[in-house]
Design a protein around this ligand. Structure first.
Ligand code: ZN
Ligand code: ZN
Length: 231
């Protein structure tokens, strides 16, 4: 106990915890900056932005886009403090920020997880990217989310192709860029189950849709998604 306290004290001296948003000493995100996060409280259709119960894709968009997922919920827009947190978490490797991010995701899905008992599955990244970054940002969130909900989960999906970045591509280009890049390696886990996909940022939903397609082909009954931010 004493040793742990001493270690923490010394670590704090060498690597002081500073708020990633305002620089205040003490934690990676101070209370004031946490309060500045503008969380999304209303469930909307991912494609058209109309109000939609449980974030389900509205009938019109379902017909138009034919997505493989039923719903998408996001914690907030990819801007301001939320963007700062995700950026520092993902690119600077401040994995402690996964605590606040997974709590935000949990708050977003709390009213649906109990009834559906979904299997929690992260969107995979390619092994080479994971080695470079040191971790898969979505996997860590999915793991913590699974702890918070008490739901089962696992790494059912694998990314077999290291696709080019989606930044700057159109909706159609994104879909074809990601096509065939993901496979399911654990059909047992998802068969006849509701799956909750977890990702950090969604733009057009092309990656989520590719994951959902693969999961459905592997027998998942339905696929829902929660993402930290909507870009
Ligand atoms: Zn702060
Ligand atoms: Zn819609």
């Amino acid at each position: 106990m004493l040793l742990a306290l001493l270690t923490n004290f010394l670590l704090d001296l060498v690597y002081p915890k500073l708020c990633i948003n305002c620089g205040k000493y003490g934690s990676f995100l101070c209370f004031n900056c946490y309060e500045k996060i503008d969380p999304c409280h209303t469930d909307l259709c991912f494609y058209c932005g109309r109000i939609s119960k449980h974030g389900e894709i509205c009938p019109l968009c379902k017909k138009k886009y034919k997505p493989y997922f039923r719903s998408v919920r996001w914690c907030g827009n990819y801007s301001g403090v939320l963007k700062e947190i995700i950026h520092h978490y993902k690119y600077d490797g401040i994995i402690e920020l996964s605590e606040v991010l997974s709590q935000l995701a949990y708050n977003r899905i709390i009213n649906c997880v109990n009834q559906k008992q979904p299997i929690i599955v992260p969107v995979p990244i390619h092994r080479s990217k994971e080695q470079m970054r040191g971790f898969n940002q979505s996997e860590l969130i999915a793991r913590k989310l699974s702890e918070l909900c008490g739901n089962n989960g696992g790494l059912a999906l694998v990314r077999i192709k290291n696709t080019a970045t989606q930044v700057g591509l159109s909706k159609l280009q994104r879909a074809s860029n990601v096509a065939g890049s993901i496979v399911c390696r654990d059909g047992e886990l998802v068969r006849s189950k509701t799956v909750l996909l977890v990702d950090d940022v969604a733009t057009t939903g092309a990656t989520l849709n590719e994951c959902a397609k693969v999961l459905r082909a592997s027998g998942a009954k339905r696929v829902e998604a929660v993402v930290l931010a909507r870009d």
